[in-house]
Design a protein around this ligand. Sequence first.
Ligand code: CA
Length: 229
Amino acid sequence: MIDLSKKIYLVEDERSLNILLEKYLKLEGYEVTTFSDGNSALERIKDMPDLWILDIMLPDIDGYEIIKAVKGNNKNTPVIFMSARNEELDRVVGLELGSDDYLSKPFLPRELVIRTNKLMERVYGKVDNEPVDKLIEVGDYRVSRRQRTVFLGNKEIQLTNKEFELLNYFVENRSNVVSREQILINVWGEDYFGSDRVVDDTIRRLRKKVERLNIETVYGYGYKLVDKA
Ligand code: CA
């Protein structure tokens, strides 16, 4: 399968927002790389992703420095920036530096997704992966992130929201061992206060529903999706 997904570099030092935005953009079919400070992002300017999404207030450097560097490298690379500071001033400075769109915090993740899709379409034309769904093959199964469902042949397997997110997390980390804690943070979120038994329970249910999938238990640590293909 040819991977047509567009690459996004996201710079946001606020960890929970970083994770949330990454999740939304990935579900939309984008390939997302995240950074939590400015300097590590600056080192990757030459990678030339299809879009940069930048926070202005970063712990080390100003997000404006990154806009300058991105546009200095290639003025056509689109940039969306986000800020919670003096809105009008930020908007003016950011746009003067060549940024293409602006979001003032707080915003709904969905709003960023809509702006991203619009900007991508404006810059690169109609996105190829629409309306055709991108299916990810895992063993005998095919996973559709857009429809949030999994197929065995033509048969759709009914998963709950959490079961799907858990499966999706395994697919993203296939062949790697993931700990219960990592699963809990990435699937349930950092604000989850219940027991990590919920991970084991959900995995038990997921294994029953996708029984041909090999989710191994790594004793005392966590789990691993073994990709037999
Ligand atoms: Ca910030």
